[in-house]
Ligand binder design. Sequence first.
Ligand code: BDR
Ligand code: CA
Length: 300
Amino acid sequence: MRPIIIDTDPGIDDVVAITTALFSEKLDVRLLSTVGGNVGIENTTKNTIDLVTFLGEDTPIAKGASEPLLGETRTASTVHGASGIGTYQFNVEGNKSLLTKVNAIEELHNRIINAHEPVTLVAIGPLTNIALLFKAFPEVKANIEQVVLMGGAVEGGNATPVAEFNIYADPHAAKIVFDSDVEVVMCGLDGTSKTSVSAADLEKVRHQGAVGEMMYEMLVHLKKGGGYTDEAIAIHDMCTIMYLTHPELFTTKRAKVNVATEGPAAGCTVTHFQEDGNVSVCVDTDTETFREEFLKVFAD
Ligand code: BDR
Ligand code: CA
C-alpha cells in the first residue's frame, strides 16, 4: 500500500476524495491535515472528524492553518454551503480523540520524517500548510515522493477568469510549492472538470446504504452550488486520488508552473510545457472510465 497524507478543506468533493482514499486497497492514509479554504478551519476540521467517525475509521487528523500566508481569506461557501458539506448532517458524535496533540505543520513534519518510505502528499485545499511545512522544515522534502495537488489550470479559472480556487485562496503558498524542487502532479481544472459524474450516476449510488445516501445528498448540493448540468458534475478533488489508483485514466504533460501572486492575474498558474519541468500537469481525463470506477467505489 502506498503511504499518503491528505491535506484538505472539506468541502464536498474533499469528502468524496477522502472516502475513496480510505476505501482503497492501494492507499494507506496515514494522516488527514486540515486547512481553511472552502469554509473556515473550524468547519473543515469538524467535517473531517465527523466523516472519519461516520466511516468507522481511526485516521488521525491534524488541524492546520486558518488563513492564507498573505492577503484576505477567501471561501467557497456559495458552492459548498455554510458548513462546507451542503445540507448534509452526519448523525454521529465526532470522535475528537482523532485530533493530534500538535498542529498540522508539526504533525506533517513528524510523520514524514519518521516514515520508513517516501510519503505522497495529496493536497486538495489551499496550499498554506504545505508551504509552511516546506519553509519550517525543508528537510521533509527528501522524504516526499511527490505532491499530488488539485489546483490551477492551464487555461481559465473558476474563482476568477484566470484563477482556480485553491490557488487563488493562497497564491503565495502555491508559489512556494511549485517553486520547490519537489515533484508535483498538478490536477488542474483541465483534467478535473472532466473528472465528472452525471445525475443518473448519482441515482445509482443514492440507495447504496448510508455512504451512498451521504454521497448523493452532498453531490446534489454540489451540482446546484457549482452550477453543473445533469451531464457533468465535476468532483475536482477526486482526480488526485484516482490519479494515484488509476493513473491510466489521465493524460499528463511535463511543465514548469509559475504562479502569479498579485494583481488581476493573482492565482493564475502560468504553465510552460517543457520536459525538464518539475510538474506533471493533468491535461485530460477519460471521463467514461472514471464514471465506471466511481460507481465501483460507491455503487457496487
Ligand atoms: C477546488 O476548490 C474547492 O472548492 C474544491 O474543494 C476543490 O478543491 C476546485 O477548484
Ligand atoms: Ca478541496
